[in-house]
Design a protein around this ligand. Structure first.
Ligand SMILES: [Mg+2]
Length: 120
């Protein structure tokens, strides 16, 4: 994580773990809604509508920041280290890369035109 999120132990001590856990759930819901609004704005733009997506974009940034703060608090509350988290992230990224490699290999085998473009 390259975003600095200091002082969350103080927030948790002040409001309590239970209250903050409710906030975490709410903020995740707000991020879902922000992603949905961005998708709608993009779909409208693609459909040819005059769309000002600045509000949706900045709302998405706000909600991403909120969820990053919440994730920092969850790490504090549950004693999750960056090292632990990074190990799981690395495993999942590697698994996704393997899936992509396999998918692209299958696509390559099934599309003779693609092979022609590549000179095979
Ligand atoms: Mg929020």
């Amino acid at each position: 994580m390259r975003v600095s999120i200091p002082g969350q132990d103080r927030v948790i001590a002040h409001y309590g773990e239970e209250a903050q856990s409710m906030i975490h759930m709410e903020e995740c819901g707000e991020l879902i809604q922000a992603v949905s609004k961005m998708r709608r704005a993009k779909a409208a733009y693609i459909a040819g509508a005059q769309v000002d997506d600045n509000a949706a974009y900045y709302n998405l940034l706000e909600e991403m920041a909120d969820v990053l703060i919440c994730m920092e608090q969850m790490k504090e509350i549950y004693g999750i280290s960056d090292f632990e988290l990074q190990k799981i992230v690395d495993r999942k990224v590697k698994r996704q890369e393997t899936r992509l490699d396999e998918s692209e290999r299958r696509l390559f085998e099934k599309q003779p035109v693609y092979r022609l473009w590549c000179g095979y």
